[in-house]
Design a protein. Structure first.
Length: 213
DNA sequence: GTAGGGTTACTT
DNA sequence: AAGTAACCCTAC
């Protein structure tokens, strides 16, 4: 697929914003669905300007989620599924409920059945992931504390959690273009990957490009 | 504070 | 066995 070629180029190719947008143009050319609006402005990642909030004009995460909800997550103890890894329908009723109501409440397993010594065992909600993508788009990869402060101030998520989740998201995005997986990604992740894959990969590519300099 | 490898727990 | 996902550990 041309899609995969473009993604490869995206992952290894772009070294500056101009090139990146050229790559993105190619990627967009391969699509005729999904997002109406193309992309965050990426100059947020350009040099030290990343310290400042960047206004996103042509694309806004809030098209997808109520702005007042972003960065406002609360743990709800005792609701745990006590599991990690892919979750099956039979044991994930809570996910369905959460999605129905656009839940901002990650499910914890603290004290729940089957939980071990780990404090948090929450699977990320769709909205949390959206907030993460939004935060990283604005603050930049590696500014985990900043993202935490602004977007997850009341959440149980730590900067390390954000970093780990971003890593998982990037991996999921890359896996998406690889051949069929043995294990499917979880539903919420799948949705995020579908919607934000190009954006996540582009941010990652920019980050990698910067690191090499 | 962050990056990246490791561990644990789960599914196919 | 191999894959995903969340969290832990530790060097820098």
């Amino acid at each position: 697929m041309e899609d995969e070629m473009d993604l490869e180029q995206l992952c290894s190719g772009p070294r500056n914003e101009k090139n990146l947008h050229e790559c993105l143009g190619g990627v967009f050319g391969g699509y005729s669905f999904q997002m109406e609006s193309p992309f965050h402005s990426l100059n947020v990642l350009d040099g030290e300007a990343a310290d400042e909030e960047t206004i996103i004009d042509d694309f806004d995460i809030k098209d997808y989620v109520d702005p007042s909800m972003l960065g406002c997550f609360f743990p709800s103890a005792g609701l745990g599924h006590g599991r990690r890894g892919p979750r099956r329908k039979s044991i994930s009723a809570r996910v369905e409920v959460g999605e129905l109501f656009g839940s901002q409440y990650p499910r914890t397993s603290g004290g729940g059945k089957g939980s071990r010594s780990r404090k948090n065992n929450d699977h990320w909600t769709k909205d949390e992931m959206i907030a993460l993508v939004d935060g990283v788009s604005r603050k930049g990869i590696g500014r985990w504390s900043k993202v935490k402060r602004v977007y997850f101030s009341t959440s149980i998520r730590t900067p390390v959690h954000l970093k780990d989740k971003w890593r998982n998201l990037v991996r999921a995005c890359k896996a998406k273009s690889a051949s069929k997986k043995k294990v499917k990604v979880q539903k919420a992740t799948e949705m995020i990957v579908q919607r934000f894959r190009r954006q996540i990969l582009a941010l990652e590519a920019m980050h990698l490009g910067k690191k090499k300099k």
